[in-house]
Design a protein around this ligand. Structure first.
Ligand SMILES: [Zn+2]
Length: 148
């Protein structure tokens, strides 16, 4: 298993955790120098916080950092514009996306702003989102504000 798959598996664990909590199953981890520096998952339902997407939760948990150029952010689902904006704002160097079939996301926007983006098209990430969207279409629609 290459390192991207290894770290994505950790992001997927985070997504599963959210799913088990009744939340939106998107997970993220941040890696620097081959080490995980933070992990997080969507907390919209759990904390009643609409901006707590998986990526935002992960960035928050990483705490204050001076620079993000050497950070790779792994996210199970392609980032929405809010998360893509935060990634560009902080200058995160690289984003690895689990899948973009269930949500198109903003890989193009990230690339246009100099972020290296790798798409894994991971079956595990996709099947968890497939299950969630089938079970909770209302919650999914709420999370993406009807932009699906
Ligand atoms: Zn987002």
């Amino acid at each position: 298993m290459n390192r991207d798959s290894e770290f994505m598996a950790l992001a997927l664990e985070q997504a599963r955790k959210s799913y088990e909590e009744g939340g939106v199953p998107v997970g993220a981890v941040m890696v620097e120098g081959g080490k995980v520096i933070a992990s997080g998952h969507n907390q919209r339902v759990q904390n009643g916080n609409p901006i707590a997407h998986g990526e935002m939760d992960c960035i928050r948990k990483a705490g204050r950092r001076v620079r993000y150029g050497d950070v790779t952010l792994y996210t199970t689902l392609s980032p929405c514009m809010m998360c893509a904006g935060a990634i560009v704002q902080f200058g995160v160097g690289r984003v690895v996306v689990g899948e973009e079939r269930n949500f198109r996301g903003n890989a193009g926007f990230l690339r246009e702003h100099g972020v290296e983006v790798t798409l894994l098209d991971d079956d595990g990430c996709r099947s968890l989102m497939d299950a969630f969207i089938a079970e909770r279409p209302d919650l999914w629609d709420e999370d993406i504000a009807g932009n699906g």
